[in-house]
Design a protein around this ligand. Sequence first.
Ligand code: NAD
Ligand code: GLY
Length: 355
Amino acid sequence: VKTIKVNLAQNTYEIRIGTGLLEQVGNRLEALGFKEKVVIITNPTVDGLYGQKLKGSLESAGLEVATLIVPDGEEYKSLEEAGKLYEQLGDFQAERNTPILALGGGVIGDLAGFVAATYLRGVPLVQIPTTLLAQVDSSIGGKVAVNHGKLKNNIGTFYQPRLVVADTDTLRTLPEVEFKNGLAEVIKYGIISDKTIFDAVAEKVPEIEWYYIGVARCAAIKADIVEKDEKDLGLRNILNYGHTVGHAIEIASDYSIKHGQGVAIGMVAAAWISREMGILSQNNLVTIRKTIVGAGLPVTLPDLPLEEILQAMQHDKKKVSGHLRFILPKTIGEVVVNDKVEMGLVEKILKGMYE
Ligand code: NAD
Ligand code: GLY
């Protein structure tokens, strides 16, 4: 087991990464002082695969368990589903010290985290990520949110979990397309911070060998960034490399383009903008694009009107004083935050990215 600490004063917690960890969750909760009720929030897919294993571990530790199921899909990361969960928590008589365990990918983590942050003004949250994307990124750092209206993650808060348990065995059942979605965030870590991670993806280190070490290295980068800038006021912005265009594509496609795919296209767009602005070399742009293609991820815009993508971008949370904020690679392993990208340039690049 690899343990990474996220040091945030009284909100400090551990990320535990390794195999066979689902079976140990009951004991970990006991060690954290939880002895009575516990709520699992998950979806039917993940419940079918891992619900019983987790429940068994909790019951062995003497905990009373309720499992609340949300349908599978980004469209259920909504206030409406949160409302249903609040009611079910009430029915179970969940109390201030009843932990919520988010068992699933980033959708479940964000939604269950949002519910944990708001139910009774906050109940303990434990993240149990089961997708590569959630293990390397979304389960760490306390960003919890739902989508509302045409906007993504626009209703939310910062709410740190009490524990993150990333059982890498769960990645073995991940559909290939979801593994690739996770690779998009892994490539992101490579470009923003650590070229050796980028090279490992480029060289196609075998997936299974890579799981344990790769997840831990990405999680450590995120933990370090979150410790330095928990509330996303500066440094943490770099985690949004590829997300300005990526989120806009997700929204404009009504979420038929998934987060990782959007980020992949967005990373190429930002790299291209960076090259045009003289910040990134042509060679590095080509390498970034090639590696993203090699990971089985898209690099061209889907068949959506440019207007809709541009419009979705205008609502971006990363907007500062009316300017869009772009994270631009300087080289592979280093990015800069830039608020001065001309919309004309963004439009020109995106126009050139249709197949
Ligand atoms: P997801 O949660 O939709 O999971 C992808 C699919 O895999 C789902 O169908 C799910 O049921 C299934 N699945 C999950 N675990 C499985 C397993 N072990 N085996 C088989 N199938 C499994 O998608 P995701 O890519 O994990 O997360 C995307 C979401 O995360 C987006 O909503 C995005 O906005 C959010 N996100 C949040 C943060 C953050 O910091 N909070 C960061 C990045 C992304
Ligand atoms: N996924 C972006 C962040 O956690 O800040």
